[in-house]
Design a protein around this ligand. Structure first.
Ligand SMILES: [Zn+2]
Ligand SMILES: [Zn+2]
Length: 53
């Protein structure tokens, strides 16, 4: 089950969510829902702690 890295919502029931590897360490997979993309909410990598949009 995939949840948004920012708000924790289950993205599998939503449209327009994205999944990508951490731009800093590449170890973790960041998931962002459409709402957080729109609002520009930040995410935090569990592995390296990088914070970003
Ligand atoms: Zn979200
Ligand atoms: Zn990272």
């Amino acid at each position: 089950m995939k949840v948004c890295s920012s708000c924790g919502v289950k993205v599998e029931t939503m449209d327009n969510w994205v999944e990508f590897h951490c731009p800093s360490c590449g170890k973790t997979t960041i998931v962002r829902c459409s709402r957080c993309r729109k609002l520009g909410n930040t995410y935090e990598c569990e592995s390296c702690g990088v914070i970003g949009p």
